[in-house]
Design a protein around this ligand. Structure first.
Ligand code: B12
Length: 314
């Protein structure tokens, strides 16, 4: 069993979660621009420093504003891009930082009791939002990366993600019971072809915690079913997770036919398809999920101010 890591090194999965930059993009930047170049652990895994995380986050924020990535990296090198003092990341400092990796280690070796011990301890210490953003979500990404690197087998990936999804299911149920008079309703799920449930569940839990009712329609559902549900149940919004980008153009086209309910699209694929989403009248939400929820609520607020309640059209 690995011991708790206390040095200031961050795995690529942790950096991805802290900055919103995918692991794939970090590897491409390193290869193409020589930035950021991480240290390597004895087993060859990338290890980033807290300073590097800070710079990557700054670059990623500016890139989201439309600045070409090559120019931004050049500005960092030449010192033109002024960086604020490194901010501490209390949630990822010290022992807590590596907890999700230890949780994944335990689950991947079928130590479910050990995993529950860590999970219960963390759940007592932190808010549900922090539990999702600093434990569950990075653990999902971490096991996905281990699978991609061939560092684990599919049966281990299934054990880890099954555990995490059960925790999210439980959180959703608990949040729903604690939210008997929801302000508004949002349908959540994934569309046909995408069987990844984690993002939709996380979004569902967070909207419930914000006082909304999340109606979870599950995964791999044809858009026509969302359309029917929208007509029957008249939700205030639809929030869909796109983890895969397969047939995304086709799915966006189908979604553009849902005219009377705003359709929000999030998930790891959306970063590269924001323009296409907007072209089809969809509202892309990207970056860490905590930010997406704030953006989602702000957008809904501004819509209800702009239009009479019965006339919420995109
Ligand atoms: C569990 C899992 C599976 C399970 C899913 C089971 C289930 N019931 O959910 C199973 C075994 C079915 C599976 C299958 C496959 N998988 Co898979 N899987 C994963 C894993 C480990 C977790 C998925 C998950 O739930 N992610 C949820 C979160 C963690 O994803 P996220 O997009 O980063 O979400 C963040 C934000 O985008 C945001 N967000 C997400 N959704 C939404 C929605 C809204 C509205 C908002 C506002 C925000 C938001 O919240 C999150 C936090 O910030 C990922 C690893 C990963 N990094 O995600 C691989 C991963 C997604 N899978 C992958 C692949 C390749 C596959 C398969 C193609 C493998 C295969 N050859 O069969 C199939 C495809 C199946 C299909 N048709 O969907 C790749 C995808 C690579 C790519 N280029 O797209 C990944 C990334 C693994 C990897 N590292 O390579 N998978």
């Amino acid at each position: 069993m690995s011991k708790i890591a206390c040095d200031a090194s961050y795995s690529i999965a942790a950096v991805s979660k802290l900055t919103g930059v995918s692991c794939h993009a970090l590897r491409v930047w390193e290869r193409r621009y020589g930035f950021p170049v991480p240290a390597r652990s004895p087993s060859g895994h990338r290890r980033f420093s807290a300073d590097q995380v800070h710079v990557i986050r700054k670059v990623a924020d500016l890139a989201r504003g439309g600045e070409p990535i090559g120019n931004l990296i050049e500005s960092v090198r030449s010192g033109q891009l002024v960086l604020d003092a490194v901010q501490s990341e209390p949630r990822f400092e010290g022992a807590e930082r590596a907890m999700f990796e230890i949780l994944v280690d335990r689950l991947a070796s079928a130590d479910l009791e050990g995993a529950d011990q860590i999970y219960d301890k963390l759940a007592k210490q932190m808010s549900q939002l922090d539990l999702i953003t600093t434990v569950i979500n990075p653990a999902m990404t971490d096991i996905g990366d281990r699978w991609y690197r061939r560092d684990c087998s599919i049966y281990q990936e299934r054990t880890v993600t099954g555990f995490l999804r059960r925790k999210l299911d439980h959180m959703l149920e608990t949040a729903q019971r604690a939210n008997p008079n929801p302000k508004r309703i949002v349908l959540v799920g994934t569309v046909q072809g995408d069987r990844h449930q984690g993002g939709a569940l996380m979004f569902g839990v967070l909207v419930e915690l914000a006082g909304w009712r999340a109606l979870d329609l599950g995964v791999d559902l044809p858009v026509s079913e969302y359309q029917k549900a929208a007509l029957a149940w008249k939700p205030d919004a639809i929030g869909l997770s796109f983890v895969l980008s397969r047939n995304i153009n086709k799915r966006f086209k189908e979604l553009s036919l849902i005219r009377d309910v705003p359709v929000f699209v999030g998930g790891r694929s959306i970063l590269n398809y924001q323009g296409l989403a907007r072209k089809h009248g969809l509202i892309p939400l990207f970056g860490p999920i905590a930010d997406s929820i704030i953006a989602f609520q702000a957008e809904m607020e501004s819509r209800s101010r702009r239009a009479p309640a019965e006339d919420l059209v995109r």
